[in-house]
Every structure is written in structure tokens, then in C-alpha cells.
Design a protein around this ligand. Structure first.
Ligand SMILES: [Zn+2]
Length: 1032
């Protein structure tokens, strides 16, 4: 007996010891070696920083007493434009519908193959390369010897990456989240293969059609020292040349991030092409040698002219062009001669010194010159050239592609998150394809709509292939998280916007799962095309959800891309979704009339008709059928507002026609349809709809959902008729109110900070205005608003994709929805902007505006929250349900959240992603403060976030703060300091300021308004799960 007790005691002691040992082991595992991040960030950094851009001694030397002319050998390689990405890379004709193909004329692989031996042949020569979309492929296809040569050239700073993003992203139509991601992708590639001294410290933005403040702020937060611009308005450039103000400090976030977002800015003397007569491709190798004196004289004339535009004794001359250097020997041999012969003249008194250089070497010398620079707070929009030629059409051009980028971007964020939560690093990377596709689409001839239509089709294909791969990630994630690996695959519906969705149409009982990629709970209205008239919707807790079945608008049936068999009704219900999580709703067609409600057609019974919910009242004019007034019941305010679709006729004269880039309307007033809009009014319990037809090619549905504080306007435009009058038409939504905005209006910058715009005005120069409409158009990536300070009212319109917008007359907001032209605008694309659509008649586009009216102080919260929901809507997918709801619910998790607690209302999780070369213990996160300084009383204040107990699937043991591009530890970034004429010195460090309060555990961080903080997080499973597993 005693023996037995002793045995029991031994067993208990042994179990306790094992537990202690396991816990000790667990605790030891928690602390990751501090060197791990460093290893990841600088795989090839051996501690020797005397190479690449880390070592300025590797720049070619300059002469202190001379004018130093930095010759920049570069090739401008569009990631798709007149040809597809594939065609440009290979130089081969791969896609049959690309008619304009000329063999071998553009070939990025040929350029790199040609440049590398030329750089090896002469250690003085330099070359910069920009687009990692191309370079990564070249690297992957290169043999060992070529790779060794590339590494040698990078280390010796003879080959430099400039910017280093996946592409040279557009600055007007892109969204900040996508801009950050596409650069992170490029930086990842550089870090993985070459290390941190190969990363660029300058941004090379030479072909964008205007420049946003937010994009430059992003560069500053990434640790860049400067941006080089190619295109700014002619008037602005001419003034800057005269004032020697081509270089300055750009305060890219003056209200919020202040000096931390300042960026030294260099405006190229003229675009990015080599000076006229010095495009050396096509020359023989001895061209300059043979006609030495004449060419050297002529080049020095150019040099002396350019030198008058800049302050220091350094100037930069770009020696390249589009797709240049496929015959690199012609460029380099002639540049060798030019440099030699020009510099020989120094012996006889010339004070000009030519050298091969790079923008970052140029910057190094300009910085060393220690000058004082002017400051600039506004942006470089809109871009105007020539006599009244404004590049403001591309803000809207090819709106279908622009929306596809938004949809794919939303899926990508959900896909990255679910991948981290469920299957990081297991099997092939299924997220990469969409990451690369989205990165390519940020290119300045992709999302802009300034490429040929054949290329649009290729871009759409790239996105579709990526989406397909990400859909499988989402589908598998649900299998893991719901607890049933055998559940059917999810089905997705990319045509939901035109009410076509095979699974909701064919299954009489199905599960609709919605994943919310935002880090706060959201309420969202769901619309699903259905074939029956009565449905029962049940939420994860078994509650019946009120729903309604509504007939579709008439215009929906005329969309040729919509399968003819598609249904005639939409099922509508409201869902509430957890942060970073999903809910599954069971939807079943039902014969019980109580399951859903039926809307009623409402008669128009008086001169004015009111539709309302508990928050808003919208008054409709009986005669015209248009909105005439909107009242915010809660705030007790109203505005008189006439809302209608209108159109400009595009200029079709040969001189300055409207085209893919240019918006040039005939006249200064948009045309009304001058017809009563035949109105159908459907009144339901959940939603009231007003259907309006302005013509047989322009219609709208005004929607007012129950307890919702905005008016939704769904517009459908096309096919825009041009055959009869041969006039292009550019359709706008006009919001004409009785507010007095005193010539001021506000637009977002890449979906983030708000820019104040003043009609016929530029902050830093006097505008000679030649085009009263087009010169006042600005990119509206997510929102535009006007305010009337006297009445304390703000009218805000949110868009679902980038559109051009303005306030041409006081009280008005207009947004351009869709355009079709009859001429090309002679800027290179050589194709009329006239998308035909599936039936060849002209593409029909559909989209949404969200209209808010409230007091000025309440409005920021409305548009900030809603624009996040528009940018990252829930990801919807479906599967049939073949058992009863009860049976299914017993064995499946129908609701799940990746967050333990929602983040504060002014903080968003911008990124949750795997780390290349990492494992399932390290991830990348970005947290952003979503409000600006002084925007909202409650939310425009620093926010505190505890990281430790943030996620539910894992706990964070250690964090390491990085630059915004995730390619440097934040502490190792040292930016160049610049003195300004306002007596400031720009700061050396990036990121949060040192006096920000940080909790002592190091796991609680503070975000200031508009700040984004980037971290590698080191994670382990939560303790309770671990112990639970052990003792189970
Ligand atoms: Zn370009």
C-alpha cells in the first residue's frame, strides 16, 4: 500500500516536473534571437558597408571649381502600355491582338543583356534601372555568371536601382495601400538577392502625369532622400527655371507628419529624354568621334542653358528615352567620346566637367554643396501642358479597369490576412500572383487607363489569374477556421455589381460567408441576385435576419456582359461582421411569406415626393424626377440639391482633342439631358429606391437604406453614343447645391490626406488659366467635398474608384463617371478612347457614389469610416448547403475573428502579411492612424494600441519597428538633412518622435494622426492553447 502511494507521488512529481520543463522550454522559445530580423532584412549584408549606395566614394569624382554635368544613363521601361508586360520584356509577339508590334524595338531582356557587358567594359560607366517587375524576371532567368556580374556592378555602384518598386506607380489614380504594397514587393526582391546597400534612396518619378503629395509622403516615410520629377505643368516649370527653384523641399504632410514627411525634390530640366539631337541609339559607335567639334559645341550649349535653372555647380542630364539601351554600345561608346572630348577642353579653359553619374550620386554632391532650399506644401496637380491642355481625363479613363483594380486589391488584403491566420508557408505561395498583378496595375500606364485596349485585356487577365489563386486561399482558410476540412469549395461572384452570381441563383439553400478585412466591426448591406421571391436568412446565432427581395433596375437587363439567364431580383439584408473575421449566413428560398418583406411600388402623388429613413429625408421633384433637397434629420440641417447626370462634349478638333490623357470639353457647361427622368419608386422596409432614366444610355438608382446615414447613388452609363454626331462625350454626375463654398473644395490625396483646392488657383504660382473646366479638375481617389462655413454644412461624395472631380461653380460638385472620345489626343497611345464592350456597341459602366450631408465637424468621421468600407468591403463567397441549418451549425464555426479585441476606432491594421524568407513565427504588420490633425474632436488624438493581446490565433512576443517599405529597421535609416529658407533643418530620422509616450513593456505603441507604423512581429501560439494541447 505504502509502495503504491509512493508510486503515485513519483508520478505526480514527474508530471509536475515535465510541466515545468515544458513551460520553461516554452518561455525560452518565446524570446526570439534579436539577430533574426537583421538576418532577414540584410541577407547579404556582411557588415561591410563600403559598397553600393552605402558608399559615396563609389560615385565618380567631381571638380569643385567647375560645373559638373551628371549624365544619367537610363531606360524608361513601361510595365505595359502599347504592348503587354510580356511583349515588352521578351520583345516577342505573344498576343495575337496586339497589332502595333514591331519586332525587337522594345525588349527589356535585350536592354539588360546589352547594358551589363557595356558596364563591365568601362568602370566609369553608370546605369540606373527602375522596375523590379522586369529586373526580378531577368534575374530569375540569368545564369550564374550573369548574376555574379550583376552583383559586382551593384556593389561597385555602376548599376543602381532607382526607386526599386515593382513599377513606377501612378500618383493620381492609385490608393496609398496599393502604393505601399507595390514598393514593398520590389524592395523585398532587392533585399533578398542583393542586400540593403542595393536599395535606392531616391524616387525616380519621371513620367507620371502630375504628382501627389501622399505618394511623396510615402517615399519620405520609406526613408528616401529625394524624388526626381519629370513632368510638372509648363507654366510652373518655366517659373521655376527663371527663379532657380527647380529644387526645393516638399512638405508632403505639412499638417500631420510635418518635417518627417519632407522630401528633397528635383524637377528634371525637361522630362526624361536626352536633349534633342543626343538620342544616341541608331548612331554608329564613332558618331561623335567623327564630328567631334560640332557635337561637343552643341552639347555644351545645352549644358550652359540648363545650368542657369539650378543653384549649385551640379546639373543632371538624363541620357535615355523610352525603352532605350537595347543597343547599349551605341549609347555608351558615344557618351565615352562626348565626356572625353568635352573634358579635354578643360585644358584650354573650359569650366565644364562631364561625368557618368546616377541620381543618388548627383544628390550626394548637391547635398554637400550645403545650400538653403525653398519649401512647397501643395501638390503638382493638375498637369497642364501647351495652350490649355490639361491631363485630367485619365483620372476617369477606362473606369472598368480602375474598378477591377479596386476589387482585386480588396481581395488581396483579405487573402493576405487569412493566409497568415491559417496556412503561411505551407505549400506554394498562392498570394504572390495577385501581389504581383496588383503591383503591375499601379504602373502609370495601367490603372491610369492610358494604355491600348489589348493591354487592358492582358491586365484584366493578370488580375483574374491572381484573384483565382487568392480565392483558393480564402476557401481553404474557411475550411480550417470552420473546423471542417471536407466542406465544399467556396464559389465567388465577380459579376455581383451587375446582379449575376451563379451560386445564389442555382442553389435554393446556400451559405453566404463574408470576411471583413477591416480591424473593426462593420455593418454592411448585402445584395445577392436570386431567382425566387421569398427567402429566409439566418445568422450564425440562429436568428432570422430581416430581408427583402427587390426587382432590378431596367438598365441592368441591357448590360450585354450579363448572362441573359440571370435573375430579375436582388435579395437584400444587413450583416454585422467581426473585425478581421467572418460570419456565415444561411440563405434559403422559402414559401413562408413572413420570411422576407416585399417592397411596394410607390405612386408619385404630389409635386414633391419624400423618401426617408430615420436619419435622412430625400425630396424628389415630381416633374423632373430628380433630387431637389436632402435633409439630415438628426443634425437638423438641409440643403437644396439638384442631382443629375450630364455630359460634356469632348473637343474633337485636330489640335487639342479630348483623349485617354486629356480632358478638353467644348464649352464650359455640361449638357443636361433636358428630359424628365422616368421614375420608378420602390418602397420597402429595408430600402427605398428611386430608379431614374436620363436617357437610354444614362440611368441611376437612388437608394436609401434603413438606419443608414448616406444616400447611395448607383449610376449606369453607356454605351455612350458617338456615331451620329461624331462627338465624344464625357459623362458626369452633377451635385448642384445652394451651399456657398467660396471657390474652395477638397479632394483626397491617394485616399488619405485631404487637399484644399481653390478654383483657378495654384498655391505656388500664378495660373494663367486657359481651360476653365479641365484646369480645375483633380483626381478623386475616394472623396470630394465642399463646405459652407456660414451654415456649418458639408456635402461629401465618396467614389468607388478614382474619378476626375471639381467644383466649377459655387455650390457644385461634379464627378466624371465615364468617357468616350472620337479622337486620340496625340500623346502616344495612338488609339481613340472608345471601349466597345462585349457587344461592340460601347462599354457600359456601373458604379456607386455615397452622399453625405452633415455639419462640418461631424463629417470627417462619416467619410473616414465609409471610405475604409468602400476600399475594403467584405469578401463574399458561397457554397451549397445540403443538410439542415441545425446540423450544419453543430459541426461548424459560423463566426470567427482574428482579433482578440477590435482596435480603437481611429486605428486600422493596414497590413498583415508573411515575410519573404521568414517562417510561421514572423509576420509583417502595419498599423495606421486614420484621422488627420484637428479633423475630429474625439479621434484626431494619439491612439494607443497594445500589440501583445492583439490577434487571436497567436500572441506577439517581440516586435521590431521598420521603415514604411519594410526594408530597413527604422533605427538604421539616416536621411540627408536639408536647410530651408524658413530656417528649418529637415530631420535625419523617420518614424515616431522620441517624446511619444511608449509603454514600458515595449508592446504598447502610440500612433499620432495620419501615422503609419510598420513592424516585424515575432509570434507564438497563445499559452492557453499550447498547454491545452499538451494536457489533452
Ligand atoms: Zn512611362
Amino acid at each position: 500500500m505504502r509502495c503504491h502511494i509512493r508510486r503515485v507521488v513519483y508520478v505526480v512529481v514527474a508530471v509536475v516536473l515535465i510541466q515545468l520543463a515544458v513551460q520553461l522550454l516554452f518561455l525560452m522559445q518565446q524570446r526570439r534571437p534579436a539577430t533574426l530580423t537583421r538576418h532577414l532584412l540584410a541577407a547579404h549584408n556582411t557588415g561591410d558597408e563600403s559598397w553600393g549606395i552605402c558608399n559615396n566614394k563609389r560615385c565618380n569624382p567631381v571638380k569643385a571649381d567647375m560645373l559638373n554635368v551628371h549624365l544619367i544613363a537610363h531606360s524608361h521601361d513601361d510595365v505595359g502600355w502599347l504592348k503587354t508586360v510580356e511583349e515588352y520584356y521578351t520583345g516577342r509577339h505573344t498576343i495575337p491582338y496586339s497589332k502595333s508590334f514591331v519586332y525587337g524595338k522594345e525588349c527589356i531582356a535585350c536592354i539588360l543583356k546589352s547594358v551589363i557587358p557595356q558596364l563591365l567594359a568601362n568602370p566609369e560607366r553608370r546605369f540606373i534601372f527602375i522596375e523590379m517587375a522586369f529586373f526580378s524576371r531577368f534575374w530569375n532567368e540569368s545564369d550564374t555568371k550573369t548574376r555574379a556580374n550583376i552583383v559586382k556592378l551593384i556593389r561597385e555602384r555602376r548599376l543602381e536601382f532607382a526607386t526599386g518598386g515593382w513599377c513606377m506607380s501612378d500618383a493620381a489614380t492609385t490608393y496609398y495601400n496599393d502604393i505601399i504594397d507595390q514598393h514593398t514587393l520590389g524592395f523585398n526582391f532587392i533585399n533578398t538577392h542583393f542586400g540593403k546597400c542595393a536599395q535606392s534612396n531616391i524616387a525616380w518619378h519621371v513620367d507620371q502625369f502630375g504628382h501627389s503629395r501622399e505618394h511623396s509622403s510615402i517615399f519620405a516615410q520609406m526613408g528616401f532622400d529625394a524624388i526626381f520629377l519629370g513632368r510638372i505643368s509648363d507654366q510652373d516649370r518655366n517659373n521655376r527655371k527663371v527663379d532657380q527653384n527647380m529644387e526645393h523641399i516638399w512638405n508632403a504632410s505639412p499638417r500631420n507628419l510635418e518635417d518627417r514627411a519632407s522630401l528633397f525634390t528635383h524637377v528634371n530640366h525637361e522630362g526624361y529624354y536626352a536633349p534633342k539631337y543626343f538620342l544616341m541609339e541608331g548612331w554608329n559607335e564613332d558618331h561623335i568621334l567623327l564630328q567631334k567639334a560640332e557635337y561637343v559645341d552643341s552639347f555644351l550649349n545645352v549644358v550652359n542653358k540648363i545650368a542657369t535653372f539650378y543653384k549649385t555647380n551640379h546639373i543632371q542630364i538624363e541620357m535615355g528615352s523610352d525603352f532605350a539601351y537595347s543597343k547599349a554600345h551605341e549609347w555608351f561608346s558615344n557618351l565615352d567620346d562626348l565626356i572625353q572630348f568635352a573634358n579635354e577642353r578643360q585644358a584650354t579653359g573650359s569650366k565644364v566637367n562631364l561625368l557618368y553619374s546616377t541620381p543618388s550620386c548627383y544628390l550626394h554632391y548637391v547635398h554637400a554643396a550645403n545650400f538653403t532650399w525653398t519649401e512647397k506644401n501643395d501638390d503638382y496637380f493638375p498637369y497642364g501642358t501647351g495652350w490649355g491642355e490639361y491631363w485630367t481625363g485619365f483620372y476617369t479613363s477606362k473606369g472598368g479597369l480602375k474598378k477591377h483594380v479596386k476589387d482585386a486589391g480588396a481581395l488581396l488584403q483579405a487573402c493576405k490576412q487569412l493566409n497568415v491566420f491559417t496556412s503561411p508557408h505551407s505549400g506554394p505561395d498562392r498570394v504572390q500572383t495577385l501581389k504581383e498583378g496588383m503591383a503591375v496595375l499601379q504602373h502609370h500606364d495601367a490603372i491610369t487607363g492610358t494604355e491600348k485596349e489589348a493591354v487592358v485585356r492582358d491586365y484584366n487577365k493578370l488580375l483574374s489569374v491572381g484573384r483565382h489563386s487568392c480565392q483558393s486561399v480564402v476557401s481553404d482558410a474557411y475550411k480550417t477556421l470552420s473546423g471542417d476540412v471536407h466542406q465544399p469549395k467556396q464559389e465567388f461572384c465577380p459579376l455581383l455589381n451587375i446582379s449575376s452570381c451563379p451560386p445564389t441563383e442555382k442553389y435554393s439553400k446556400f451559405i453566404a460567408t463574408m470576411y471583413n478585412p477591416l480591424s473593426r466591426s462593420v455593418t454592411s448591406w448585402i445584395r445577392l441576385p436570386v431567382t425566387k421571391s421569398e427567402y429566409r436568412v439566418v445568422d450564425p446565432s440562429g436568428n432570422v435576419v430581416p430581408n427583402e427581395v427587390l426587382p432590378l433596375s431596367e438598365s441592368t437587363f441591357h448590360i450585354p456582359e450579363r448572362p441573359t439567364s440571370s435573375p430579375k431580383n436582388d435579395l437584400i439584408f444587413k450583416v454585422q461582421l467581426p473585425p478581421l473575421g467572418f460570419k456565415s449566413y444561411v440563405v434559403e428560398s422559402h414559401s413562408d411569406a413572413e420570411a422576407g418583406s416585399k417592397p411596394q411600388f410607390m405612386p408619385i402623388y404630389s409635386n414633391k415626393m419624400k423618401i426617408s429613413n430615420n436619419l435622412l429625408t430625400v425630396t424628389i421633384d415630381k416633374e423632373w424626377g430628380t433630387i431637389t433637397q436632402i435633409a439630415n434629420v438628426e443634425s437638423g440641417i438641409f440643403i437644396n440639391l439638384k442631382q443629375e447626370l450630364q455630359y460634356y462634349e469632348g473637343m474633337s478638333a485636330a489640335l487639342k482633342p479630348s483623349g485617354a490623357y486629356i480632358f478638353n470639353p467644348r464649352g464650359v457647361t455640361a449638357k443636361s439631358f433636358h428630359s424628365s427622368v422616368i421614375t420608378t419608386v420602390l418602397k420597402g422596409k429595408l430600402v427605398t429606391e428611386v430608379h431614374q432614366n436620363f436617357s437610354d444610355w444614362a440611368s441611376q438608382v437612388i437608394r436609401l437604406y434603413d438606419s443608414t446615414n448616406y444616400v447611395e447613388i448607383e449610376w449606369t452609363v453607356g454605351p455612350i453614343p458617338v456615331a451620329e454626331d461624331y462627338l465624344g462625350k464625357e459623362v458626369i454626375a452633377m451635385y448642384k447645391s445652394d451651399l456657398n463654398n467660396h471657390g474652395k473644395f477638397y479632394t483626397d490625396s491617394n485616399g488619405r490626406e485631404i487637399m484644399e483646392r481653390r478654383r483657378n488657383h495654384r498655391d505656388t504660382w500664378v495660373l494663367e488659366e486657359h481651360s476653365p473646366v479641365a484646369s480645375n479638375y483633380y483626381p478623386v481617389t475616394s472623396k470630394i467635398f465642399i463646405t459652407d462655413p456660414t451654415r456649418n454644412i458639408q456635402l461629401t461624395v465618396l467614389t468607388d474608384r478614382c474619378q476626375g472631380g471639381s467644383s466649377i461653380r459655387d455650390g457644385e460638385i461634379e464627378l466624371m463617371l465615364h468617357r468616350r472620345t472620337t479622337r486620340d489626343d496625340n500623346l502616344g497611345v495612338s488609339e481613340v478612347l472608345s471601349e466597345k464592350g462585349q457587344d461592340g456597341q460601347g462599354l457600359i459602366l456601373r458604379g456607386k457614389h455615397y452622399l453625405f450631408i452633415d455639419t462640418i465637424e461631424k463629417s470627417a468621421r462619416l467619410h473616414r469610416e465609409m471610405s475604409q468600407q468602400i476600399h475594403l468591403p467584405p469578401t463574399l463567397s458561397f457554397m451549397p448547403l445540403r443538410t439542415s441549418y441545425e446540423e450544419w451549425q453543430k459541426n461548424h464555426a459560423l463566426s470567427w475573428s482574428g482579433l482578440q479585441n477590435a482596435l480603437p476606432d481611429n486605428v486600422q491594421l493596414l497590413t498583415l502579411d508573411t515575410v519573404p524568407g521568414g517562417n510561421s513565427e514572423v509576420f509583417l504588420i502595419r498599423l495606421e492612424h486614420t484621422y488627420e490633425v484637428d479633423e475630429d474632436k474625439q479621434y484626431s488624438v494619439p491612439a494607443e494600441v497594445s500589440l501583445q493581446a492583439l490577434f487571436s490565433p497567436f500572441q506577439i512576443d517581440e516586435i521590431e519597428e521598420l521603415s514604411l517599405g519594410a526594408n530597413f529597421q527604422q533605427s538604421e535609416v539616416h536621411r540627408l538633412k536639408w536647410r530651408t529658407t524658413k530656417g528649418k533643418v529637415t530631420p535625419e530620422h523617420i518614424g515616431h518622435v522620441s517624446h511619444d509616450p511608449e509603454a514600458s513593456d515595449g508592446m504598447t505603441i502610440v500612433l499620432r494622426p495620419m501615422q503609419i507604423r510598420t513592424f516585424h512581429i515575432y509570434v507564438s501560439e497563445p499559452k492557453k492553447n499550447f498547454l491545452f494541447k499538451f494536457f489533452k
